[in-house]
Design a protein around this ligand. Structure first.
Ligand SMILES: Cc1ncc(COP(=O)(O)O)c(C=O)c1O
Length: 411
């Protein structure tokens, strides 16, 4: 059956025309103008309510230098989320640290606080808190637990820009906050890792690290813009309905039971050395867009959260994570749990709604790496949590269709 107005599972947070303009400009504009980078760093720090921001090429590289500057001895333990991108684990291993995985709370998608208390030991030196899919846990309590044990706290708020706890933005609770401005994020500047902090010493260390990076390369930037452009085109409504969605459905028929992720298998091998391309500076070209697009984040978030609240209210029998009191979740993605995700995905597909499980890796379960963890809740989030479309551009008819599909799915 052809569905004339299929709903993609996600979007790129800028318009196709913006990508096209940026692509044209990226061919000749200067990439290395320091004052523009400094200006955007100031704007982002102010937006976050933090004193300083230092821009890196990616979140993983911001993490790399944050950890490196702590000068921890080999084998020091870092408490890690079991779900994130593999690159985060790669930098931890490269620095000789030992990842310790703490399983997640299914309602907040962040560390289970009781397990956390049991896991912290004398050798725990750092913790990386990650706000998965834009849900905020009781971060005050969590940071208190870490600080009672003298643990240095990093927050990865890549999926939760604007999320709050007790009216304070996440990314502002730990020693350092890190945001990835990569493709599909709510502030996407064709890549980037924005580190925020308050300590002058941290700022100086990070600026010194920033100075070690290689100059930005035009080709690398163009490549990122083209990837965004292709994703953007593939998810515009008309193209998605005419080509992308039918293609997804054909693939689903050809490979039944193998389509939950939709992104193909990624390489799960451990890398020997961090690639040189990871160390190319954040460009002034990206900073300039960051400054412009930062102004749009708040409104887009408001519309998406409104959509989520409506879907959650009208599809009351669907099993969504409950979150916690005093949190303002941002729902970069709206996760719903299903006992039979393949069947739920097929049902939503039949109603013209595209869904997938997360493309993030269950990094606690990578056999090629020296350390694994027993994290059944995280495994369930990866395997049984489907993303329900909720982005700002959905119209009221789309929301009707999503609610109807969820309500007509029989468990
Ligand atoms: C939680 C989280 N951390 C980090 C990243 C990406 O980091 P990087 O900027 O290094 O690509 C992502 C991107 O998908 C992410 O979702």
């Amino acid at each position: 059956m052809f569905i004339s107005n299929a709903i993609p599972r996600g979007i790129i947070y800028h318009r196709v025309i913006q990508d096209l303009r940026r692509l044209a400009k990226s061919l000749f504009l200067d990439l290395n103008k320091s004052p523009q980078i400094a200006q955007f760093e100031d704007e982002f720090a102010t937006y976050m309510g933090r004193k300083h921001c230092i821009a890196f090429p990616s979140a993983r590289i911001a993490l790399y230098y944050s950890l490196k500057s702590l000068k921890l001895s080999e084998g020091s333990e870092i408490i890690m989320p079991p779900i994130t991108i593999k690159g985060i684990l790669d930098v931890v291993i490269d620095l000789g640290l030992k990842p310790v995985f703490v399983d997640l709370d299914p309602e907040t998608l962040c560390f289970d606080i009781d397990l956390l208390r049991k896991t912290i030991g004398d050798n725990t030196k750092v913790a990386l808190i990650t706000y998965l899919f834009g849900i905020v846990p009781d971060i005050e309590q969590m940071v208190r637990v870490f600080k009672a044990h003298n643990v240095y706290v990093l927050e990865d708020f890549s999926q939760c820009l604007d999320g709050m706890y007790n009216d304070k933005k996440v990314g502002g609770f730990g020693d350092i906050g890190i945001y990835s401005a990569s493709s599909t994020k709510t502030l996407d500047t064709y890549g980037g890792g924005l580190l925020v902090c308050d300590e002058v010493q941290t700022k100086q260390n990070m600026q010194a690290a920033q100075g070690e990076l290689f100059r930005s390369k035009r080709l690398s930037l163009i490549n990122k813009i083209i990837i965004d452009l292709i994703r953007n085109l593939a998810t515009t409504r008309l193209i998605f309905s005419l080509f992308t969605f039918p293609f997804i459905r054909i693939m689903a028929r050809m490979r039944p039971g193998n389509m939950l992720k939709h992104t193909g298998e990624r390489n799960k091998e451990m890398i020997k050395t961090l690639p040189v391309e990871w160390f190319l500076s954040y460009s002034s070209f990206q900073a300039e867009m960051g400054g412009k697009w930062l102004k749009e984040v708040h409104q887009a978030n408001k519309r998406r959260v409104k959509n989520v609240l409506e879907i959650k209210q009208r599809a009351g029998n669907t099993n969504f994570p409950k979150g916690t009191d005093r949190a303002r979740n941002i729902y970069w993605r709206l996760l719903a749990y299903f006992d039979e995700p393949y069947r739920a995905q097929a049902h939503l597909n039949k109603n013209g709604i595209d869904t997938s499980i997360t493309s993030l890796e269950l990094i606690s379960n990578l056999s090629a790496y020296p350390t694994q963890g027993i994290t059944p809740v995280a495994k369930n989030i990866c395997n049984n949590g489907l993303f329900i479309p909720c982005y700002p551009s959905l119209g009221s008819k789309d929301i009707d269709r999503i609610c109807h599909a969820l309500n007509s799915y029989s468990v």
